[in-house]
Design a protein around this ligand. Structure first.
Ligand code: IPD
Ligand code: CA
Ligand code: CA
Length: 280
């Protein structure tokens, strides 16, 4: 009886999370319209650091979603890269990167996405990564799998699964470089050297949320990066786990907990070997 009751509550909670995810997905898709509207117009760019940009589009998308998400879950904390990066996560929180891949956006490259995670009681329970330029929307709900829709919201969703690649020699690796790369280029180059020498290839597309989504979708076998923020990884972390992959800190063993020192995400099979690439 106790187990059945527990299952009932688990089921009810998953249904609530699925409903929240569906509502948030609609809002994120609508915000994708802002990105598309701005895509062919001149960019208005400001510098947050030497190479860290913010455009008027990042701000417009964040403003739109801050309001839309407030209507969906009024009591949730809003942690947004551009307006509330230091907000503390409460029982419920939205974790938003309005435009992941801002440098790509500024240069007219299509690897850009809005990344949104829903945090509840100490974990990410839903995640959405939407690339309106390429017409790809990824999402996951904890316990209900990871999914991708290509084209509009009427297209059939396809369930995602990570690769089964078992050797570094056959593995395609994705990574990114922190904005502080000039200060830590030694480590960054050492990890890259190992990856280039031991794996099939390395890609650096410039949008960490998409890197994680592509790992979940089986395009990459390994992703690592130091210096990422919660808004870069919240949604993608869940996508990878729900697609059967593994996410940890760089040592390959410690739980990942938005640690800025590094995220290592793999298909699971290669996790130990991938951690070895980073042990320099
Ligand atoms: C950046 C991208 C990039 C990664 C950087 C991130 P932003 O996010 O995800 O791939 O290498 O570390 O900060 O600034 O475009 O939102
Ligand atoms: Ca980002
Ligand atoms: Ca961003």
């Amino acid at each position: 009886m106790k187990r059945l009751k527990g299952r009932f509550f688990y089921g009810a909670q998953m249904q609530q999370t699925e409903e929240l995810c569906a509502a948030a997905k609609n809002a994120v898709r609508e915000a994708g319209g802002i990105i598309l509207e701005h895509w062919h117009k001149p960019r208005t760019i400001r510098f947050k650091g030497r190479i860290d940009l913010v455009t008027a589009t990042d701000l417009a998308v964040e403003e739109f979603l801050r309001n839309a998400l407030k209507r969906i879950l009024p009591d949730a904390v809003f942690l947004g890269e551009e307006t509330s990066p230091d907000a503390s996560l409460g029982k419920w929180a939205w974790i938003l990167d309005p435009v992941d891949g801002t440098t790509n956006f500024a240069h007219g490259l299509p690897f850009v996405a809005t990344s949104l995670g829903l945090w509840h009681d100490g974990k990410v329970v839903a995640g959405i990564v939407n690339n309106p330029v390429m017409g790809e929307c990824f999402w996951a709900v904890r316990g209900a799998g990871a999914w991708r829709q290509c084209g509009g919201s009427d297209a059939a969703p396809v369930r995602l699964g990570v690769t089964t690649t078992g050797s570094l020699a056959d593995a395609l690796v994705a990574t990114g470089f922190p904005y502080s790369v000039a200060e830590e280029s030694g480590d960054v180059l050492a990890w890259l050297k190992n990856s280039l020498e031991q794996c099939r290839g390395v890609r650096r597309y410039g949008a960490a949320a998409l890197d994680l989504a592509y790992l979940a979708a089986g395009h990459y076998d390994i992703f690592y990066e130091r210096g990422l923020k919660p808004w870069d990884t919240a949604a993608g972390w869940l996508l990878v786990e729900e697609a059967g992959g593994r996410v940890t800190a760089f040592d390959g063993r410690s739980a990942y907990a938005f640690d800025p020192l590094g995220i290592l995400a793999t298909n699971g099979v290669l996790h130990g070997a991938a951690a070895g690439l980073l042990a320099v």
